[in-house]
Design a protein around this ligand. Sequence first.
Ligand SMILES: Cc1ncc(COP(=O)(O)O)c(C=O)c1O
Length: 340
Amino acid sequence: METINLHRNENNYGPAPACYDVLKMPDKNLFYYYSQAYKEGIKSILSKRLANDFNIDEDRVILGYGAEDILKQLVQCYLGPGQKLMVPSFSWWYYKKIADEVDGINIEYPLSKGEDSFYYDVDKILFIIKKEKPKLVLISSPNNPTGNSLSGEDLDLILTELKDTVVALDEAYWSNNNNDHVTNLVNKFPNLVIIRSFSKYYALAGIRIGYAIIGQNLTKLAGIANRYLGFNQLSEEIAIAALDSPEYYEDLVAKMNADKESYYKELGALPGFTVFKSDANFVLVEVPKQIMEPLKEFLTKREIIIKFMNEEVLNSHLRITIGTQEQNRKVIDAIKEFAY
Ligand SMILES: Cc1ncc(COP(=O)(O)O)c(C=O)c1O
């Protein structure tokens, strides 16, 4: 029995075939030498490519060892000891650790629970921001683990109030090929950083590449992120092959969206289960607390690994990564079998 790993929001379909082709035709220059991109007057072939795709100067594109690394660089750059970082109350666990790395202070702003989805309550967020005066604010859209997004209008409202604060919008879980809002936002808000990852949508978590498009005030971050000897050239080539394969990824998103509907419908019909609407490649499911342990045991025996949340408030919730169609069917059927 093959283990079904649906606990870390990886993309189980794997990357576009063109990504593997990079390894079939290795170019010795990728191995022997540092990047020679500087000869063409650019920082890197990948940041240049992204700059073209986003219609922005290459100086405004930074690369990192995953989105994780970019968040780390951001905090090193803009948060000092005793200064405040604001993060969503329900968020990727690492958000709550980042401030510690520079002896900063972690402040949480709440995410509210609606009938079938979580949402960012802008009034509450603005109230806390005015009170706490954070140095840096993280917003994740879609958010992990709740799956909700922040609308363009709400984001605009928040950013307009936060003129002097650095804001990072983490879009690790975005899932379309439309880049216009990114460029428009960073051109409008000079202290904004929009972070993306190759790990989720592009199914390339293993090559460790993330990038950010940054507002024009953030030159310190651009300087720190620069690597004079270049980046991982193999990863850059693989990432570009993914960018060159939009149809492959659009097809995956369509399949995953269809399967999300099955999760809403089939698990949502089980007694005591609520499946929250998600814009990401996972769903958050609230279940009766008493079934958490026995369900975990049941699924583990079938080698199905999903995330059983064990945070203070989110402790009767499952976060299930949307896998392949075959995997999703097995998971839904197994949970239904357990519940009935
Ligand atoms: C919200 C969020 N941002 C960033 C990351 C990390 O992305 P990367 O693999 O690019 O470091 C994760 C990983 O799960 C995440 O949940």
